[in-house]
Design a protein around this ligand. Sequence first.
Ligand SMILES: Cc1cc2nc3c(=O)[nH]c(=O)nc-3n(C[C@H](O)[C@H](O)[C@H](O)COP(=O)(O)O)c2cc1C
Length: 182
Amino acid sequence: MKKYTVLNASPRKSGSTAALIETLMDAPRQNGDAVTTFILDKLSIHGCQACEVCRHQENSFCIQNDDMGPIYKSLQAADVIVIGMPVYMSLPSAQAIAVLNRLYANAYVGKDGSKSRKISGKQIVTIYSQGAGTPDYYTDTFDLVDKVFGNSLDSTVIKRFVCAGGQVATDVEKEARNYFRG
Ligand SMILES: Cc1cc2nc3c(=O)[nH]c(=O)nc-3n(C[C@H](O)[C@H](O)[C@H](O)COP(=O)(O)O)c2cc1C
């Protein structure tokens, strides 16, 4: 049984990010895999306080007591991480960036300067939804965001889906429906 952690960074319950996540996760659900979903907009995720405590704790994350706690644990346990993000002002929504900032806590730096990670080796799938109708309009931005999420989680982005024009195109829908199947 695989474990999936899904982060939905759209505030819209019935938006295209939510729709594509549902389509993508249909196969794992049917397969009986464990799917844990976080609707980030419903959660309290504070900004990083730059205290650096996290970097000196090998087995724990941020000392702030907010909704990032369960997210860190879920990400650590996951095999696959799905991150769905609407594009706001040419960047991922603030709900997505809030989590990204707090992934600073994934790095551990030992007294001898040695570095390790608390979460690593996951497969990441990103989903972007944009109002712009041309699917490759934000490719440079998405390349960067994929890279930063990948590095922050010491993991690899294995697949990206783009919903252009605020809609899930038929071919994107089909690809997502079959992506985790089989
Ligand atoms: C505050 C705000 C800013 C936005 N900025 C952009 C933008 O810069 N570029 C773009 O293509 N679409 C932009 N959009 C449109 C959304 O990306 C688009 O509606 C997207 O499909 C929303 O995803 P959702 O339906 O999953 O919430 C913006 C929407 C909002 C509400």
